[in-house]
Design a protein around this ligand. Structure first.
Ligand SMILES: [Zn+2]
Ligand SMILES: [Zn+2]
Length: 297
């Protein structure tokens, strides 16, 4: 017997940070934002966070007491732009009843504990994470395995081409599919068959578009891709919507708006993600334009 009225069928994605490599601020970054990667995924009421870049601060401030007592934080990998916000996830990390599960899949099964312990220790940081009142539980897995979380929820993963590796995630909820594929460098030939299978038929794919095809040749081997390669992958794999993140720090709002127009001429449902933008995955169409953070007169 179905009881669909009581089931939350929504799959919601919210971008708390979409900038790659280093945070930026100033008049050139008002519309797309300057915080580094942090994404909120809600499968019905079930919360996931992907990455703990500087955007995690605003995520914590926005939700405040609103977050569940147990939070699952999935790392794509541990480079600084994906981990630097962790101790600033306030007030969540100051709650002694809070458990934050971290999941790390690019270190041969090791958890993030040792790496975070080296990063968050003097003289690089004034204190260690264990001084925080919350409890961290660090889990390691191997990219490519499917994660089964404590409540039985499953998330599929894939190893991505990036220095030290990175992990792509696939969420499925109520017949909708969301794939988050960043940080990743495209390969030759492209699209990669395994990645194409992983994202096939997704309602939305979030993809690393740090460079343009024009910029890429001088940045080969840096572990990042282009919006054009994202469109190629999406179209080859029957992906319905495409969101570009890991925006280059030198790409201003004007540059990104022009890139988005070029991209939408090829794939109308594609867009460049704005910080704080929310997307209902599987809704009629991905939004072509999000409200800017602040409108400039
Ligand atoms: Zn990155
Ligand atoms: Zn990286």
């Amino acid at each position: 017997m179905s009881n669909s009225l009581s089931v939350d069928d929504s799959l919601l994605l919210r971008f708390w940070g979409v900038r790659g490599s280093t945070p930026v601020s100033g008049p050139d970054y008002v519309e797309f934002g300057g915080s580094t990667p942090c994404l909120e995924v809600r499968c019905g009421q079930r919360l996931f966070l992907v990455d703990a870049g500087s955007g995690l601060y605003n995520c914590g401030q926005h939700h405040r007491a609103d977050l569940p007592k147990t939070i699952d934080l999935l790392f794509s990998h541990l480079h600084l732009d994906h981990t630097g916000g962790l101790p600033f996830f306030k007030p969540a990390v100051f709650d002694p009843e809070r458990v934050i599960n971290t999941y790390c899949g690019n270190l041969d099964g090791q958890s993030a504990e040792d790496a975070l312990g080296r990063l968050y220790a003097p003289p690089l940081f004034p204190v260690t994470l264990d001084i925080l009142p919350c409890t961290f539980k660090h889990h390691g897995f191997r990219a490519g395995e499917s994660l089964t979380l404590e409540d039985g929820t499953r998330v599929d993963t894939i190893l991505l081409n990036h220095p030290q590796g990175s992990v792509g995630y696939r969420f499925a909820h109520a017949g909708k599919r969301l794939c988050i594929v960043s940080d990743v460098e495209h390969t030759d030939p492209w699209p990669d068959p395994a990645l194409m299978r992983f994202v096939a038929g997704a309602d939305l794919m979030v993809y690393d578009g740090m460079f343009t095809d024009g910029e890429y040749p001088t940045c080969r081997g840096w572990g990042h891709s282009t919006w054009q390669k994202g469109v190629e992958l999406a179209q080859a794999a029957g992906v319905k919507g495409l969101a570009i993140i890991h925006l280059h720090p030198c790409h201003s709002d004007a540059t990104l708006r022009a890139m988005e127009a070029d991209m939408q001429a090829i794939m109308p449902s594609a867009f460049i993600a704005r910080e704080r933008q929310s997307v209902q995955v599987g809704a009629v169409a991905a939004p072509r334009r999000a409200a800017p953070l602040v409108r400039i007169a």
